[in-house]
Design a protein around this ligand. Structure first.
Ligand SMILES: C[S@@+](CC[C@H](N)C(=O)[O-])C[C@H]1O[C@@H](n2cnc3c(N)ncnc32)[C@H](O)[C@@H]1O
Length: 259
């Protein structure tokens, strides 16, 4: 396990960015910046990854032994590791949600990376259950958003196997929102919406928002991305109608604390 003063096991973040195939000028600038700044070391003042460039921030999570251990235990791909700041915001929200009653829910689980890190980070959900939803294999379904490389008929069983080490995780295969009518908790402390699908996320909120406890955390994975404006619009409209506003985080995530 890494130590706070920066051991060899601190997270080294690969400078992976998204959408650069449409923007060769930005790609060229980034290559120069990466070559000059040499990011990736927790002690380096630059953070250059996941379309986020910062200088001089402490990024304490990169040397937090509990967080580093949770991430490394899940053997992240370069893309997963690049989104480490996002992953940390999710861990923070999940841990904060332990202060209020309710279960944990993620709509859009894919291979289960993010919630595996969260569960390792928390270690103990204090008697709560964690409900995960995905179609896992969108073949033949009209599901908005790009098909992802690991989608396959066997992905559902692979994800169930990934979470088998926790006896309080319920993995459900099916389309959201329909799948929520079959299996869903009555009280929710933490809700992660990550379906790259504005309509499905709005529909999920329609079913689940009233079940989120006061003080519960709602995290929108793709809220702040220019390529996903429909998700931002849907989240804003839903929250504004309830007198709430979504906090846009520099990571691209959106955060609401239910009042
Ligand atoms: C970006 S991935 C989720 C990544 C995952 N949360 C993580 O961080 O590791 C989005 C997932 O949403 C799922 N999805 C999209 N629309 C859906 C819907 N209506 N119902 C269920 N799953 C859906 C896709 O199958 C895909 O696996």
């Amino acid at each position: 396990m890494a130590s706070h003063n920066g051991s060899a096991e601190d997270l080294r973040i690969p400078p992976v960015f998204w959408g650069l195939q449409h923007n060769p000028e930005a790609a060229a600038v980034l290559r120069t910046l990466v070559a000059t700044a040499s990011p990736g070391d927790a002690r380096n003042p630059w953070f250059i990854a996941d379309n986020l460039i910062t200088f001089g921030h402490t990024r304490g999570f990169l040397t937090d032994p509990r967080f580093v251990a949770a991430v490394t235990a899940e053997s992240p791909s370069a893309h997963e590791l690049a989104s480490v700041w996002r992953t940390h915001t999710l861990c923070w929200a999940a841990e904060s949600a332990l202060a209020v009653p309710g279960d944990f829910v993620e709509c859009g689980t894919y291979q289960g990376y993010s919630m595996s890190v969260v569960l390792r980070y928390l270690d103990d959900l204090r008697g709560r259950r964690c409900y995960l939803y995905d179609v896992f294999d969108p073949s033949g379904l009209e599901v908005e958003g790009a098909r992802l490389p690991a989608h396959a008929p066997e992905l559902f069983e692979q994800v169930r196997a990934r979470f088998r080490r926790w006896d309080n995780v319920v993995v459900t295969r099916g389309l959201v929102p329909e799948a929520l009518t079959a299996v869903a908790p009555d009280h929710i402390a933490f809700l992660h919406l990550d379906m790259n699908n504005a309509q499905a996320e709005a529909d999920a909120l329609g079913v689940l928002f009233k079940r989120v406890s006061t003080g519960g955390m709602i995290v929108f994975d793709d809220y702040g991305w220019t390529g996903d404006r429909a998700q931002k619009s849907a989240a804003d409209a839903f929250m504004q109608s309830r007198g709430l506003a979504v906090l846009e985080l520099p990571t691209g995530r959106g955060l609401v604390i239910k009042r």
